[in-house]
Design a binder for this molecule. Structure first.
Ligand SMILES: Nc1ncnc2c1ncn2[C@@H]1O[C@H](COP(=O)(O)OP(=O)(O)OP(=O)(O)O)[C@@H](O)[C@H]1O
Length: 247
C-alpha cells in the first residue's frame, strides 16, 4: 500500500538531516506504528507521506501512485490527523465537519447523515452544535479524527492521536480506529506509547536520529531483543538512554 524508497529530509537552515535514506513498505490493512523519541523524525516522515512537506530526496508511492505526479489523486486517497488541532474554534463541531467534508466535494443527505452518525459514534452528539473553542482536548481530537475520514480515505495518517487525551477519549479513539481498519483502512500512526502500540499495531517501526532502527511485529521485537520482556526495554536497547532535547 505504501512503498518508501530512500526518503530523506533536510529542513532549510538545519544542520542535519531529520530523516535520512528511509526504506519502508507498509501493506494494505496494516496498523503501522511509528515510534521514536522526541525529535526522531516521526512527524517529518508522516508529513512527507501526507504531502504537507516536500522530501529533499527519495520517493514514495501510495496505492501505486507516485507522490510527484499524482498529488490530486493522492489527496483523495489519504486522511490526515495532524498533531495540532486543525479546526476553526468559532465554528461548531458540525459546521467544522461540514466545511472539511465539503473540501472533498461531499454534499447531500448521505454526507449530512454521515456527519451525524460519526458524531454519535464518537460520543459527541450532545455537542454537535457547540463551538469548538469550548471543547476539551479529547473532544477536539475526536472531531479532528472525524474530519479526516469523512471522505473515506484508504490510508489514514495520524500524528500522536492520543497525546493529551484522557483514558476515556483514548479508548473511544483506539476502538474507532480498529473499526476503520477492520473495514479496510490502512492506518499509520506515530506515538510515544509503546504499550499502546503493542496491543494496537500489526507492525512497529522504531525511528532514531532520522533512521529506521527496528522493524517488526510487537511480538517479534520483544523476542529478538535478548532479555526484553516489555516493549520499553526493546525501545531503550535500540535507542539508548540519552535525552533527546532539541530547540
Ligand atoms: N521546520 C523545521 N525546521 C528545522 N528543523 C526541524 C523542523 N521541523 C522539525 N525539525 C527538526 O527535525 C528533527 C525531527 O523532528 P520531528 O518533529 O520530525 O521529530 P518527532 O519524532 O516527530 O518528534 P516529537 O516526538 O517531539 O514530535 C528534529 O531535530 C527537529 O528539530
Amino acid at each position: 500500500m505504501i512503498q518508501i524508497d530512500q526518503l530523506s529530509k533536510k529542513y532549510k537552515e538545519a544542520e542535519h538531516f531529520s530523516l535520512s535514506g528511509l526504506d519502508l513498505n507498509i501493506d494494505h490493512g496494516e496498523i503501522f506504528g511509528l515510534l521514536g523519541s522526541n525529535g526522531a523524525g516521526k512527524t517529518t516522515l508522516i508529513s512527507m507521506l501526507s504531502g504537507l512537506i516536500k522530501p529533499t530526496s527519495g520517493s514514495f508511492k501510495i496505492d501505486g501512485l507516485d507522490y510527484t505526479s499524482n498529488k490530486k489523486e493522492l489527496k483523495k486517497l489519504i486522511g490526515i490527523v495532524p498533531q495540532e488541532y486543525a479546526l476553526y474554534p468559532s465554528l461548531t463541531a458540525y459546521e467544522n465537519l461540514y466545511y472539511f467534508g465539503s473540501m472533498f466535494g461531499l454534499k447531500g443527505t448521505l454526507f449530512k447523515n454521515s456527519i451525524e452518525e460519526h458524531l454519535i459514534r464518537l460520543g459527541l452528539e450532545k455537542f454537535a452544535h457547540k463551538k469548538i473553542k469550548a471543547f476539551s482536548g479529547g473532544m477536539k481530537r475526536r472531531v479532528n479524527l472525524i474530519a479526516s475520514i469523512l471522505h473515506q480515505p484508504k490510508v489514514l495518517f495520524l500524528d500522536e492521536p492520543t497525546v493529551g487525551v484522557d483514558v476515556q477519549s483514548k479508548t473511544v479513539i483506539i476502538d474507532f480506529l480498529k473499526e476503520l481498519n477492520t473495514s479496510g483502512t490502512t492506518i499509520v500512526y506515530t506515538s510515544h506509547h509503546l504499550n499502546e502500540a503493542e496491543t494496537f499495531c500489526t507492525r512497529v517501526g522504531i525511528i532514531d536520529h532520522g533512521q529506521l532502527v527496528c522493524l517488526g511485529t510487537p511480538k517479534e521485537l520483544i523476542q529478538n531483543e535478548q532479555g526484553a520482556e516489555h516493549p520499553e526495554e526493546v525501545f531503550l536497547a535500540k535507542t539508548g538512554k540519552a535525552l533527546r532535547d532539541y530547540a
